[in-house]
Design a protein. Structure first.
Length: 90
């Protein structure tokens, strides 16, 4: 098991990286089986070594996109998706 952290410039970037309703973070958690948390403009990823490395690489790419474009690519929506104005209960 390992843990890595990524520093985020500001809360707007943090919100963009995590995604609407934390969808990006949730997908990373579900697909890679890692724990993703955020605190004080840092994102922490913990889990198996290879999965943590892959998750942090994805989050760093998302941060680059958010900083360059102002937002990350939209995730697939739906009735409770990012365009609905509400987050689904998980």
């Amino acid at each position: 098991m390992s843990e890595r952290s990524i520093s985020i410039v500001n809360w707007e970037t943090l919100a963009g990286v995590l995604g609407p309703c934390d969808q990006h973070a949730r997908m990373i958690r579900e697909v890679l089986g890692v724990r993703v948390t955020a605190n004080n403009n840092k994102i922490y990823v913990s889990g198996e070594d290879a999965a943590v490395l892959q998750a942090t690489e994805i989050l760093e790419r998302l941060q680059s996109l958010v900083r360059a474009r102002g937002s990350a690519p939209a995730s697939a929506g739906g009735e409770n998706g990012p365009d609905s104005g509400r987050c689904p209960a998980y």
